[in-house]
Design a protein around this ligand. Sequence first.
Ligand SMILES: CC(C)(COP(=O)(O)OP(=O)(O)OC[C@H]1O[C@@H](n2cnc3c(N)ncnc32)[C@H](O)[C@@H]1OP(=O)(O)O)[C@@H](O)C(=O)NCCC(=O)NCCSC(=O)/C=C/c1ccc(O)cc1
Ligand SMILES: O=C(O)CCC(=O)C(=O)O
Ligand SMILES: [Fe+2]
Length: 363
Amino acid sequence: MAPPVAQTITDPSSVTDFVISKSHGVRGLSEMGLKALPKQYIQPLEERITTMNVVATTNPGEYIPIIDMSNSDDPKVAEAICNAAEKWGFFQLVNHGVPIEVLENVKEATHRFFELPAEKKTKYSVEHSASKNVRFGTSFSPHAEKALEWKDWLSLFYVSEDEASAFWPPACKAEVLEYMKKTDILTKQILEMLMKRLNVKELDQEKEHLLMGSKRINLNCYPVCPNPELTVGVGRHSDVSTLTILLQDHIGGLYIRGTDKKSWVHVPPVKGSLVINIGDALQIMSNGRYKSIEHRVAANGCKNRISVPIFVNPRPSDLIVPLPEVLASGEKAVYKQVLYSDYVKHFFRKAHDGKGTIDFAKA
Ligand SMILES: CC(C)(COP(=O)(O)OP(=O)(O)OC[C@H]1O[C@@H](n2cnc3c(N)ncnc32)[C@H](O)[C@@H]1OP(=O)(O)O)[C@@H](O)C(=O)NCCC(=O)NCCSC(=O)/C=C/c1ccc(O)cc1
Ligand SMILES: O=C(O)CCC(=O)C(=O)O
Ligand SMILES: [Fe+2]
């Protein structure tokens, strides 16, 4: 049971205790029917998402491409994917081969997990989780952030079927595993297309491990927020993955940096689609040809939004560096060699800072 409202919102340390230490998350605050945003969540003016710098459109596909994968052998599909990866760093796929039922099931399982009472979810918090690879948390990095984000999450790093079976929450385990397995063919197809343009002819075992040797699946929950205009769901960041396969629900709120590097473009929910974006690891390996684009998520005043990204990554022990095939023509390396786990730790250690993370790998 949630404690009485007055007890939790009158002083800031009790908000932190309730949301973070007691694992109620922002969902707990939201369910109490809180009337005003606690001050820890108030973002500086420049981080708030207003209509001012958002590109207006009513036509999905006008900006961020929506690509039909029905005829995935048609060279036009590969061309559209590679062009989108170079220009936007984001695209949406329809008729991608992942059964709609699998997507619906994982969305339902995500709601089921976040609806659990705090005493069940706290079993997966950093303090209590039986596995380092399973973590329930809130905001991004609460101890490093000046202003918190209006978001709760469950993060699952896939190691093996046995580990998942033993430690992932029963409320969502089967559905998340199925979603992860059913996206594997699509992931390989996309990577093969992207690699061909970089003169990598074949996705052999070694390349496959380097590009997709580890996976992290996050379940994100953005509960109804009392003052959405004052805060954010997720602050400006780029993903540190090779590729991210993102399932969003019908609510919307994801914005990406436009090609002018100033404006923000909405990624409109498209029924049955998957959003794909390039991560920092692939920006580095392609020597900057494919773009890992800054993005962020608005908070919502009326609805609980969920999303489920699969971060497809190198393995923690991999060294990432511009691919030899890309540099073969004499192009100068823009990035130096970094150990992937060092790169990820650098990302997790600080608050979100837009495109700042990749400076860690600048040559
Ligand atoms: C370095 C890892 C992540 C953990 O290594 P570990 O040896 O088990 O280390 P720790 O468990 O001690 O965690 C190291 C640090 O990372 C933090 N961390 C450990 N998982 C987590 C976790 N899911 N969440 C947020 N901190 C964590 C953790 O709190 C800790 O911080 P600190 O206590 O300050 O040292 C290791 O698994 C690794 O190299 N994994 C490679 C694959 C991988 O996870 N790639 C990241 C894909 S995620 C991505 O692209 C975007 C994610 C994202 C997420 C949220 C957003 O808002 C936006 C974007
Ligand atoms: O919720 C979303 O639409 C995107 C979330 C995101 O950017 C992330 O988890 O890295
Ligand atoms: Fe992201």
